[in-house]
Design a protein around this ligand. Sequence first.
Ligand SMILES: [Zn+2]
Length: 244
Amino acid sequence: MSSLGRLVPRAARSWLRSHGGPLGSIVAVRTTAPEFVLTYDDGPEPGDTESILSVLQDRGARATFFVLLTRTRKNPELLREVMAAGHEIALHGVDHRPISRMSYREVLSRTSDAKAELEDDIGRPVHWFRPPYGLQSLSSFRGVRAAGLEPVLWGPTALDSRPATTEERMQRVLRGAGRGAIVLSHDGYADVADGGRGGNHPGHDRGALATRVLDAYAELGLRANTVSGAIASGSATRGIWFRR
Ligand SMILES: [Zn+2]
């Protein structure tokens, strides 16, 4: 899981996973409520975001959307629509460039500016940040925290940022499923224009996948909530997560 993982004894590692100390990123939520945390990255994207919103509304499900400013600047109405539907807005970045190789100062400056811009757009505070590709270094982690945001990573993934079969996606999204699991999925695709790597577009029906994921978790007795919603009735589980 982390570059520290190999250097820290097993007992200390398990303590760090549940407490994380000053270097912990949120990786799950400890809760007794019958819910999981549903997250979407890389949007808003016209078409895909709307079809996911309509599925979430039908199911009474809530989610946290980690947005890119490259997208919110082009789709301000769609951003407002996500918020108006009762979901939570969080920051994925100015763009999709990995921050793990940027300096502390660069991360602090771009993340502070991005937080301010997004808060201005939505008229409320933003608490959470997800580093593009889940890549973060000690410097970038500190920069994000100094900007007033907490890194939120994930547990199960819907494997929907690249081509895969629905069966593969469902297998992966159920690996580690349970109360308080933070599920990574995508309502958009970070292209070269977003600072992403491009290529390998997953090209699937994101609304249909959202339905499958919600159904599969409902079978386990779990409904979808936002990061803030789940933490309000539980507590954050932090873990050491450094990947470059
Ligand atoms: Zn992303």
